[in-house]
Each structure stands twice: as structure tokens, then as C-alpha cells.
Design a protein around this ligand. Structure first.
Ligand code: PLP
Length: 296
């Protein structure tokens, strides 16, 4: 099957396969009613031996754990989750492109039951992200409505937590579509670049690859950005974590959005203004981030 689903079933949280066509959560699940839970989206790729595996699974499970702890959810057992992922990946028939998106979801479950709902759903990657790896993305600048320090000392705002409450992120993406753009770069009310609704912002200026700081700003630390920066250090490409304003991106030698499934997408325009692009550097960043497989 090109879509496979697994669950951690019952009080023992036993990894089991489930039918992705059948209902899986109760109507009173707090994840459904309140977005009360957290998630991860990982890329599944084929290894040199042809077997599918989850890319950077340990990093995703660490972040799921951090999100769960920040939300006072039961800490996900990394061994059980890894078993669940292995079960789902093994049952999967990869599509021609040979890649998939694995969504791990952990909700608070039914009120008072004390048993989380734990799901892993593996599907083919959508047409838009596959296309945007090649074409790049036009982005709109939108306000996040909050200052860049809003999340400092306010853990209840769930800054840096990948909670299931992505309604605002999706609304921002729809606003971008209304403006004829593909994606969004969010700005704080004091004018600092934050992140995109589902990716990390990167830019290259003066020979340095940079991204935005997360402390206090509430942005999510991206597994792709971290892996890319680690590889960049090995490749002697200087990196930095620093603040930026919109004009810094417009004056940069290149701007990208980084995320697990779409990879490194070149930003072609910001609010309709063309951005400098360097295809050799984009190829290098893609390679360093592990996105050098031929595109199907
Ligand atoms: N920022 C936000 C808000 C995200 O939702 C995501 C991923 O979904 C990212 C950044 C990129 O994270 P990663 O590279 O781990 O996919």
C-alpha cells in the first residue's frame, strides 16, 4: 500500500498496523477537538539497499519528546515509537518517486482516560512540495502578531513546540495563496524574521549561511537546518545564528526555506520582488542536507 498507518494500541501501547481507510480516533479525542497534542513530519527514503527508512528519526523522536514534555503529555517511549515506525515503513509500498512523508501524531486522547492517541501515517509526498524543490517558492511577508521576545518566560505559549494546533500556520499559507504566493515568511511585530509556517528560513550573506535565533522568539528548531549546519561546518562553509529584517533577506545572495519533506526550497521572490539566486549554492545546500537524490 502507498499509504500505511500504525498505532500504539491500548494501555500496553503495542505497535500495530491499522487500516488507513477506517476511523481511528474517538470523536471526543482532545487532539481532534482542541488540537491538544503534538506531531512530527519526517521524510522516508530508500537506502542504498533499496529498503525504506525514516531520515533523522532519532532527531524527530527527540523533538516529539520535547514537545510532549512542554505540553505535559506522557513522554513518548522512543523504543516503541521506533518499532511503530519500522512496522509502518516495512508495510509500505514506495511510490515511483521513492519517498514518503511520515506523520507521527501524539494526542492527549479522550478526556480523563489518561491514554494518549499515538499514530504514524506514511503517505506519498504531495505534488506541490516535489515541484517546489525544483521551481523554488514565492513568499509573502506576514506578521506573526507578536514581538520577537513574546515567548521568553511564557512557556504556556508553547514556543518552539510542534503542537497539533497548526490552524494559524495554515491560515497564513492560505493568505499567501490569495496573494499569488506559495509560502510565507513570518515577521515579529518589531520587524525581525522568524520562520515560515512549516519551515526554517535560511539566507546567505558575506559568505555566511545564517538562520534566525529561537530563544524567546518561539520558532521551532528545524531538524533539517541543524543537519545542514552540521554538514556545512564539515564542508567549511561558515554558519551563523543571527537576527535579520526583511531588507536583509532582500539584500542577501540567496534565501531558502528548509524542512524535512520539501528539503531546501529556493526563495525566488519576496512580496513580488525577485531575490538573488545562486543555483550552485542551492545544489550544494541540498546535497549537504541529504536532498541530492535524483528527482523523479
Ligand atoms: N518551522 C516550523 C514552524 C515547522 O512546522 C517546521 C516543520 O514542519 C520547520 C520549521 C522545519 O522543521 P524540520 O526541518 O524539522 O522539518
Amino acid at each position: 500500500m502507498t499509504v500505511t498507518l500504525g498505532v500504539l494500541a491500548g494501555p500496553a501501547q503495542t505497535p500495530e498496523l491499522a487500516d488507513p481507510q477506517q476511523p481511528i480516533a474517538r470523536a471526543d479525542d482532545l487532539g481532534l477537538g482542541r488540537g491538544d497534542g503534538c506531531f512530527e513530519t519526517c521524510r522516508v527514503v530508500l537506502g542504498p539497499d533499496g529498503a525504506a527508512y525514516v531520515e533523522r528519526l532519532a532527531e524527530h523522536l527527540e523533538r516529539l519528546d520535547a514537545s510532549a514534555r512542554a505540553m505535559d503529555l506522557p513522554a513518548p517511549d522512543p523504543v516503541r515509537w521506533a518499532q511503530l515506525c519500522a512496522l509502518v515503513v516495512e508495510a509500505w509500498t514506495p511510490p515511483a518517486a521513492g519517498e514518503g512523508a511520515l506523520k507521527l501524531m501524539l494526542t492527549r486522547g479522550v478526556e480523563g482516560a489518561g491514554l494518549p492517541t499515538s499514530l504514524a501515517l506514511l503517505s506519498p509526498i504531495g505534488a506541490a512540495p516535489m515541484r517546489q524543490r525544483v521551481t523554488g517558492v514565492r513568499v509573502a511577508l506576514l506578521t506573526s502578531g507578536r514581538p520577537s521576545t513574546a515567548y521568553a518566560d511564557a512557556p504556556w505559549l508553547l514556543g518552539g513546540v510542534k503542537s497539533l494546533s497548526y490552524g494559524l500556520n495554515m491560515a497564513a499559507m492560505r493568505e499567501a495563496a490569495r496573494r499569488g504566493d506559495d509560502d510565507v515568511i513570518l515577521l515579529s511585530t518589531d520587524g525581525l524574521v522568524l520562520e515560515a509556517p512549516t519551515s526554517t528560513v535560511l539566507w546567505f550573506t558575506g559568505g555566511v549561511l545564517a538562520t534566525t535565533p529561537h530563544a524567546g522568539s518561539g520558532i521551532l528548531i528545524g531538524t533539517t537546518q541543524r543537519a545542514l549546519f552540521d554538514a556545512a561546518v564539515q564542508a567549511e562553509l561558515p554558519t551563523a545564528i543571527r537576527t535579520a529584517r526583511a531588507e536583509d533577506l532582500l539584500g542577501a545572495d540567496g534565501v531558502w526555506l528548509a524542512s524535512s519533506v520539501r528539503g531546501i526550497a529556493e526563495v525566488t521572490h519576496i512580496d513580488g520582488t525577485p531575490v538573488a539566486m545562486d543555483s550552485a549554492l542551492t545544489s550544494k545546500l541540498r546535497r549537504l542536507a541529504g536532498f541530492d537524490q535524483p528527482l523523479a
